[in-house]
Design a binder for this molecule. Structure first.
Ligand code: 6PG
Length: 246
């Protein structure tokens, strides 16, 4: 695990959402002309997404400038309840009328997860203006991440070949390791790492054991996540491993 890691513990899910919203704002207000954020799926970011559609965040976010990507998605139709970008749209992007051109979903209407991954990679490369990632010029301003019960993050599952990917920015994943058992499309570690900040959101008691293993450096996907910028684990008290509790 990289040395730029910081763990921030907060009281509960509400405080987690608020702290994440403040960090998001801090990353985009001074950002360049087109700040880029990679969202995450799962239940952990729901509170944050709801908050972004409410004041004061709604008025403080420069919606015309910010571009929204997704770190991974389920290979389901865009309006399927399982869609990660669909969830982000319902909870905030549609509510604030984010410009359509600023929202970058994985094209899950493609024939296969692999084809969708190629198309998404092209979208990211077009946005970035190059097919090569330059460590001095991160792709994202903020990448949000979650922690799965098996230690996965994005759709990078334990033992999967995608964990070793060094060239591709996005890959298709035919089999998920945990529910929902639908194919996925996921950014790879090198693409996720190209960010000024990577922010893990971890909440609830059922995350405590797996978080303890990740923080102890066990070889789990989430423990392999790294980034060019700051790596922050935002954790609520219920999820905080006991021995690291203050
Ligand atoms: C997904 C996610 C996944 C998620 C973790 C945590 O598509 O399921 O992107 O990586 O972030 O599984 O999920 P919870 O927040 O629901 O615990």
């Amino acid at each position: 695990m990289s040395g730029n890691r910081e763990i921030i513990d907060v009281a509960d899910g509400d405080a987690l959402a608020k702290t994440a919203a403040e960090r998001l704002l801090a990353r985009i207000t001074p950002g360049g002309e087109r700040p880029a954020i990679a969202l995450t799926g799962g239940s952990s970011p729901e509170g944050l997404y709801r908050l972004l559609a409410q004041e004061p965040y709604r008025s403080r976010i420069p919606w015309q400038r910010v571009h929204w990507f997704i770190g991974d998605d389920r290979f389901v139709p865009p309006d399927d309840p399982l869609s990660n970008m669909g969830m982000a749209r319902r909870l905030f992007l549609d509510r604030v009328n984010a410009p359509a051109a600023n929202v970058h979903p994985v094209p899950t209407t493609a024939a296969t997860p692999q084809a969708a991954a190629r198309l998404y990679e092209s979208d990211l490369q077009r946005f970035y203006g190059s097919e090569r990632l330059d460590p001095a010029r991160p792709l994202f301003d903020l990448v949000l991440m979650g922690l799965g019960p098996d230690g996965h993050t994005a759709s990078l599952f334990p033992g999967a070949p995608a964990l070793e990917e060094k060239e591709r920015w996005v890959v298709g994943v035919d089999k998920a390791h945990v529910a929902p058992f639908v194919p996925r499309v996921t950014l790879t570690f090198p693409a996720l790492a190209s960010t000024r900040e990577m922010l893990f959101l971890v909440s609830g008691e059922d995350k405590r054991d797996i978080l303890a293993r990740v923080l102890a450096g066990e070889d789990l996907p989430a423990a392999r996540a790294h980034c060019e910028g700051k790596l922050v684990w935002l954790v609520d008290r219920a999820a905080l491993p006991r021995r690291s509790a203050a």
